[in-house]
Design a protein around this ligand. Structure first.
Ligand SMILES: Cc1ncc(COP(=O)(O)O)c(C=O)c1O
Length: 191
C-alpha cells in the first residue's frame, strides 16, 4: 500500500501528520511518498518505508539514480519549514480551516468546487480558453492561482488550482473571493 500524501502532509490528521494518521492506519501503509513543494514550500520530496525497501529503491529506482541530488538550499528550506510545523502544529488546523472556509464560500458564489479537506482547492472551469482567461484576469487583479488544462485534466475538467496558507487572514480570503466573483462574472463563467 502506497500513499501519495502530497496534499495531506502538514494538513490532515493530528498535528498535520498526514492521511494515514487521519484514518489511524499508519502501521498498514508500506510506503508514503510526499513532495516538499506544498506544505514545506520547497523543492524535492521524500519516501518513507522499511529500511530494506528504501535500500532497494536507492539501488534500483532510475528516477533516483539518474537525478541530481536536491540542492542544499531546498533541503534546508524544507527542514526549516518542518521545524515550524513541529513547533506550531496548530498551523495544520488553521490551514485546513482556511481551505474549508474558501470551499464553502466559492460554492455559494456558484463555483464548481469538489469535496475535499486539504489546502489545495480546485475550481473546475471546464474549458481551456476560459481557464486561461480566468487565470490571467485573476493575476491582473492580484490573485495568483495555477491553471490546469487537458491532458493534465480529463477534457471538461480544466481547472484553476488554488492553494492556501495557515497565515492567510480572513481579509485576504475575502479579497480572493471578491476577485473570483468579479472575474467569474466578467468572463461569463458566473451568471
Ligand atoms: C498528488 C500529487 N503528487 C505529487 C505531486 C508532485 O509534486 P512536485 O512535483 O511538486 O514535487 C503533486 C504536485 O502537484 C501532486 O498534486
Amino acid at each position: 500500500m502506497l500513499v501519495d500524501d502530497a496534499h495531506g502532509f502538514g494538513v490532515l490528521g493530528p498535528d498535520g501528520k498526514g492521511t494515514s494518521h487521519l484514518f489511524g492506519v499508519s502501521d498498514d501503509i508500506d510506503l508514503i511518498v510526499c513532495t516538499f513543494s506544498k506544505t514545506l514550500a520547497s523543492l524535492g520530496g521524500f519516501v518513507v518505508g522499511d529500511e530494506q525497501v528504501i535500500n532497494y529503491l536507492k539501488h534500483k529506482s532510475p528516477a533516483l539514480i539518474f537525478s541530481a541530488s536536491p540542492t542544499p538550499a531546498s533541503v534546508a528550506a524544507a527542514d526549516a519549514a518542518l521545524d515550524i510545523l513541529i513547533e506550531q502544529p496548530e498551523l495544520a488546523t488553521k490551514v485546513a480551516a482556511n481551505a474549508q472556509f474558501i470551499r464553502e464560500r466559492l460554492r455559494s458564489l456558484g463555483f464548481n468546487v469538489p469535496e475535499g479537506q486539504t489546502a489545495i482547492v480546485p475550481v473546475f472551469i471546464g474549458d481551456d480558453h476560459q481557464t486561461f482567461m480566468f487565470w490571467r484576469q485573476l493575476y491582473d487583479e492580484g490573485v495568483f492561482v495555477n491553471a490546469f488544462i487537458s491532458p493534465a485534466t480529463p477534457p471538461g475538467m480544466q481547472m484553476l488550482r488554488t492553494s492556501y496558507m495557515a497565515t492567510h487572514e480572513k481579509s485576504q480570503l475575502e479579497f480572493i473571493l471578491d476577485k473570483f466573483e468579479k472575474v467569474g462574472k466578467r468572463i461569463g463563467h458566473l451568471k
